[in-house]
Structure formats: structure tokens, C-alpha cells
Write a protein that binds this ligand. Structure first.
Ligand code: F3S
Length: 400
């Protein structure tokens, strides 16, 4: 890989152990991918900051950097951790070990000392800082839903970086020129259409099923082109998360949404998804029993979604099911008092910094209803019975 003189100096340790170590990781991965050079990034989003995932080795490595006085070279945000920092016991059916909190707090202290903004959210795209990232600029994001959303909706460029790579890239402010950082790799070659009746609306559950189908069948190096209208922001977000969870894709060109220029006429392969296949999967995933818990917030809810939930709940007199919403502190800070009062009166748990997947939530056989395919995907692996409904069908589930 070609390195500038300055990059070579960093690599050779002229600026200290920490920078050299981070540069070595970036360069060796770049070399193994046959990348020709490094490029600058404007932002990093670090996933894998949960002590439950990285354990003592991860904690020690981050602390070593922080003790060395290493600072992040670019604005850096971080993913959720396993608990709400303001109320450790906020998540129902969950026990948080106090030793775990100690380990996590040390990780967070180190990251903060290095200059990270402790956003503890998987929706960096809802943070005000996102307006500072220009379309077409390269970033190093390490949370799959954010990666897909960033590439497909914001038009910024990132590969699916693992936690360690996003950490090292944040330190050196660079990443290898590879994959989706290269413009031509972002131009789709296969179009996906849904064969459906008129007035068939693609809500977030249906969009996520489409995401699951595309993830399984797309067999091309370039991103798929979804030639369908996704009806709102919730749909786009949940679609991005399902694409990220169900397979390895990092981008989908979405009709009318992705800011990218390409010649549609050059796409000569179209794959049609039949709406009956979507319906079949939708029926399989539908709730039949009364849930023990209803969950919204994977990826973290927006203020708009929280308001929508409160609007539905206002009409419900005798709410018997526990509802949990996870969100970012930033979105939560924007919610009106009236909305908060409705949620409080319905005993809804509005929880920050975490989610039911990253936390040690639940037990085998628990019944959870959610609008998130990604939550379904991961919670099911823990033996939790998860079914899917659209946020707009919340009233239907409350009648179960
Ligand atoms: Fe976010 Fe947790 Fe889902 S980190 S995308 S809410 S799994």
C-alpha cells in the first residue's frame, strides 16, 4: 500500500506507541485487502463498546490507548452499552451485575478521555453532528444498521467496520481505500421490484422482510437497487437494520432516497419479489398470543416514533402489557412534557443508552412483540419468542 511520508512516520512509531499501533492495524488490514492507499475520514462511530462483548481484553486495550494520552483524530460517537446509565435496573426481566457496571464505566471513562462523545446510541444519523458530514465523504462506522443507513440514505461512504477497526480508524483519522469508499463499487447492477396489488403499502415489517429476502438472494459485489417506495422514516430505518442483521450487505440503493447518480438503463437484471412471499413470512412472524412485553427501539427510536406511540397509548384505557422503548439521550431530550406524561401514566419504560439486545435481557420462552426485524433476529437466538407487528398496528396487539 502506498503511504505518505507522514503516514510512514506514524507507522514507524515517531509519534508514539499508540498511534503506531492503530496505524499498524489499519495498514495491515488494508494490505490484506489489496488496498492501494489510505484516505481521510470525517467521523467514526465505534460499535462493540459494551463490556459484556469486549470483556477485560477490550477494556485493557482501550485503557492502554487512553493512558498513553491518545486522542481521537476525528469526531467519534459510540454505540449502546448493556444498561441505562441513569437507572441500572430500568429494563424489565433483566439483572445487571454491579461488577459488570464497574468494567463498563472504565471503558467509558477511557473512551471519553480519548475524546469520544458518549452518545451510546446506534442511530448516529439522528444526531445533530450528522449535518456536518457531507454527502460523499468517507467515515468509519461500526454498527451495521448505521452503516446501511449511512451509505443508503445519507450518501456517506463506509464499509461495515468491526469495533476494533472503527476504534483504530478514529485514532488515526484514516481508513483503507476499499469497498464502498470507491465510487464505482456503489453503482448497482441488479434491480429488485415487488410484484404487488395496488395500494399494497410497504410498512416497516414488510420492508424488513424484503430486506431479509434480498440479503439471502443478492449475489453480486455491487449493492442491490430497491425499486420500491418505502413509506416513511421508520420503514427506511427498519429496512436498513434488517439488511444489516440478515446478511453482510452494507448498502442498498433505494429508489428516491439514495443520493447517487447512475444510469438506470444500464441495469439489465431485475429480480421480482412476489408479495405473497412477503405475506407468508409476515404471517409466520405475526403475534398470536398476548405478549409479556412490547418493544420499540431497535434501532433507537426517533422523537417522532416516541410521539406516535404515545398518541396510540393515549386512547388505551387499561393497558396491561409492559411497553419498553429504547432511544438515544439526544432524541429523548427533545420530547415534550405532555408526551412524557402519557408514557409515564401508562407505565411505559423509556430507556436510554442501551437496548434489549445488547443488555442481558429476557429468558427462554418470554413472549416479545416488536416492530424490529433486527430485534427478532437476535432475541430469537436467546430462545425468546419474538413476533413482529408494524408500529401502526400497535392497537391490534393491545387487543390480544
Ligand atoms: Fe441498536 Fe441494539 Fe438494535 S444497538 S440496532 S437497538 S441491536
Amino acid at each position: 500500500m502506498y503511504l505518505t511520508k507522514e503516514e510512514e512516520k506514524i507507522l514507524n512509531g515517531e509519534y508514539g506507541w499508540g498511534l503506531a499501533k492503530a496505524m499498524q492495524v489499519i495498514v495491515s488490514v488494508g494490505d490484506s485487502l489489496n488496498s492501494e492507499k489510505l484516505i481521510g475520514i470525517t467521523h467514526a462511530h465505534i460499535s462493540g463498546v459494551s463490556y459484556g462483548n469486549i470483556g477485560e481484553p477490550g477494556k485493557k486495550l482501550i485503557k492502554q490507548f487512553s493512558d498513553e494520552g491518545i486522542k481521537f483524530s476525528v469526531k467519534t460517537t459510540v454505540n449502546p452499552i448493556g444498561y441505562d446509565t441513569l437507572d441500572y435496573d430500568a429494563i424489565p426481566f433483566t439483572k445487571i451485575d454491579r461488577n459488570y457496571i464497574k468494567g463498563q464505566e472504565e471503558v467509558l471513562r477511557s473512551l471519553q478521555k480519548m475524546g469520544a462523545d458518549l452518545t451510546l446510541s446506534c442511530t448516529p444519523y439522528y444526531l445533530p453532528m450528522v449535518n456536518e458530514i457531507k454527502i460523499g465523504s468517507s467515515v468509519a462506522w461500526g454498527e451495521s444498521n448505521a452503516v446501511v443507513y449511512g451509505n443508503s440514505v445519507l450518501g456517506i461512504k463506509t464499509n461495515r467496520e468491526g469495533g476494533p477497526i472503527s476504534l483504530m480508524a478514529a485514532i488515526v483519522g484514516k481508513i483503507y481505500y476499499y469497498g464502498l469508499h470507491i465510487e464505482e463499487n456503489r453503482i448497482p447492477e441488479i434491480k429488485y421490484k415487488v410484484n404487488k396489488p395496488e395500494n399494497y403499502e410497504i410498512n416497516e415489517v414488510r420492508a424488513s422482510i424484503i430486506g431479509e429476502i434480498i440479503s439471502k438472494i443478492h449475489n453480486n459485489d455491487k449493492p442491490p437497487y430497491l425499486y420500491e417506495k418505502l413509506r416513511n422514516e421508520t420503514t427506511v430505518k427498519e429496512f436498513s437494520a434488517s439488511i444489516g442483521a440478515a446478511g453482510n450487505l452494507a448498502m442498498v440503493v433505494i429508489k428516491g432516497i439514495t443520493p447517487i447518480k447512475f444510469n438506470e438503463k444500464e441495469i439489465n437484471e431485475t429480480i421480482t419479489i412476489d408479495f405473497n412471499d412477503i405475506k407468508k413470512r409476515e404471517d409466520e412472524l405475526k403475534p398470536n398470543d398476548k405478549p409479556d412485553l412490547i418493544y420499540f427501539g431497535c434501532p433507537h427510536t426517533s422523537k417522532y416514533e416516541i410521539e406516535k406511540i404515545a398518541k396510540y397509548l393515549k386512547k388505551v384505557d387499561n393497558l396491561k402489557t409492559q411497553i419498553v422503548i429504547t432511544s438515544s439521550r439526544n432524541e429523548m431530550s427533545k420530547i415534550d412534557k405532555d408526551v412524557l406524561n402519557i408514557l409515564k401514566s401508562k407505565n411505559v419504560k423509556l430507556i436510554g443508552d442501551t437496548c434489549l439486545i445488547v443488555s442481558p435481557f429476557g429468558y427462554h420462552g418470554l413472549n416479545v412483540v416488536t416492530n424490529s426485524y433486527k430485534a427478532y433476529f437476535y432475541l430469537s437466538k436467546k430462545g425468546i419468542n419474538v413476533s413482529l407487528i408494524s408500529l401502526d398496528d400497535l392497537e391490534e396487539v393491545l387487543r390480544l
